[in-house]
Design a protein around this ligand. Structure first.
Ligand SMILES: [Ca+2]
Ligand SMILES: [Ca+2]
Ligand SMILES: [Ca+2]
Length: 442
């Protein structure tokens, strides 16, 4: 315990003493003989420091002699090593616009405290500050997984520039209790001990950088004429194909292991190979996204062809089904480089075929080449010889909660080969694979 008398006028005659809860008076004279008590004085302050203070109410006593101003401050402090505020960020390096997840846990005697207020300021790399509040409400928007567990959380994505963001956090506990149910002995019942008022500050940091976009987490091809074949590890993403020839350029035989393809499937405008791609957008503050673009790169070797003189188009459709990428690689690869793969994977027939190695439909209900939204989100013209980046505006889908898209041809001719995420890695340039570029507003 420490009691401080601060004196504004050094000529004021002031005597400072403290009285313990049991009534013992501690004066400057006591301090000279009691090893537990220390007295420190200078012209403008007098301090008593008591090493092992008695529990209860302490009184500070100030007596005045000849005074000039009489302006004083009396302060008392108790140091409690059992009070702590731990804070952390989910990852210390983050790529915009992904949000930083901040967590803080105030503890009293080792137990998490509920009902406290945890707030502070974020200092941006450009020196500007913005306030932040952490919540223990279990809401996903705050990134808090469990309400009332004494772990407080917030998501932060209010970036101005790249660099180090410092989170200066403070816990103020006025009426908090330790987390119920942390009782040491069952017969004592849940511990809802009230915690004395306290405050603590702490800081944590994260480094924010820019990148061209978020890399795809999964991508694959859905093959019209090999409906149980998985292409999760194929270095290409193929959209389109010839109606009369199969993907290998040989005559199409309309029979696969599941029987003949129905004639009406051959005539429809989008009945051709398509590709699907998914991103992990968990950290993206969707409601603040002002623009989101799905970017794919045309493979320079196989390119874009057979669109006719007028050209055609490829449309992106939001895909709400979950699907499994799988590890097959077959289409457009040399015989020695092909593999049916093993385990689960996406096919034309199944969002997740239980076994991609057996050439049989391995799901309870077929998704018929992807159960897409009724309307495309974005349509991009394609012509023969198209090269470089192709951009689909998927802003509305990202704001609306989609993380996965199907790229499907419109019209009855044309084929384009994009680079898959595996193809990009094989080429030594991961950013050639599908990217989602999101811009986030205030
Ligand atoms: Ca919590
Ligand atoms: Ca893939
Ligand atoms: Ca199968």
């Amino acid at each position: 315990m420490r009691s401080l008398l601060a004196i504004s006028e050094s000529n004021d005659e002031l005597t400072f003493s403290v009285r313990s809860p049991s009534g013992a008076l501690i004066t400057e004279a006591t301090a000279a003989t009691d090893p537990d008590v220390e007295f420190i004085a200078d012209a403008n302050s007098k301090v008593f420091r008591v090493a092992s203070p008695e529990a209860g109410e302490w009184h500070a006593i100030v007596e005045a002699g000849d005074i000039v101003s009489g302006a004083i401050d009396v302060l008392g402090f108790v140091k409690h090593d059992g009070v702590q505020l731990g804070a952390s960020v989910s990852t210390q390096e983050i790529v915009r616009p992904l949000a930083i997840q901040v967590e803080a846990t105030p503890r009293f005697e080792g137990q998490a405290v509920v009902g406290a207020a945890v707030a502070g300021e974020v200092v941006r790399p450009d020196g500007t500050r913005v306030s932040i509040e952490l919540f223990d409400d279990g809401l996903a928007e705050h990134g808090d997984s469990v309400a009332g567990d004494g772990v407080y959380a917030a998501r932060f994505a209010d970036y101005t520039t790249d660099g180090t963001y410092t989170f200066e956090l403070e816990v103020r506990n006025a009426t908090g209790t330790v987390v119920p149910g942390e009782s040491l002995f069952a017969q004592v019942g849940p511990n809802t001990m009230t915690v004395p008022a306290f405050q603590r500050m702490t800081t944590t940091t994260a480094v924010v950088s820019s990148a061209p976009g978020i890399l795809a987490s999964r991508d694959s091809i859905l093959r019209l004429r090999s409906r149980n074949t998985n292409e999760g590890a194929n270095p290409l993403l193929v959209v389109g194909g010839s109606a009369a020839m199969d993907e290998e350029g040989t005559r199409f035989d309309p029979v696969d292991t599941d029987g003949p393809i129905l004639p009406d499937l051959l005539g429809g405008p989008s009945e051709a190979d398509s590709s699907i791609v998914a991103f992990d957008l968990n950290g993206v503050p969707r409601s603040n996204v002002t623009r989101a673009t799905l970017v794919v790169t045309v493979d320079p070797r196989l390119g874009s062809s057979d669109w006719g003189r007028k050209g055609g188009s490829v449309a992106a459709y939001g895909l709400s089904n979950n699907w499994t990428e799988g590890n097959g690689r077959n289409l457009a690869l040399p015989l020695g480089g092909r593999a049916l793969g093993s385990g689960a994977g996406v096919t034309w027939n199944c969002a997740s075929d239980v076994d991609v190695a057996d050439a049989k439909t391995g799901c309870a209900a077929t998704w018929k080449g992807g159960e897409i939204a009724p309307q495309p989100t974005s349509i991009v013209p394609h012509v023969n010889g198209l090269a470089g980046k192709v951009r689909f505006d998927v802003t509305a889908d990202v704001v609306g909660g989609f993380s996965s898209w199907q790229l499907r041809r419109r019209g009855d001719r044309g084929i384009v080969h994009y680079v898959s995420r595996e193809g990009a890695v094989e080429a030594g340039d991961p950013e050639r694979g599908p990217l989602l570029v999101a811009e986030v507003g205030p």
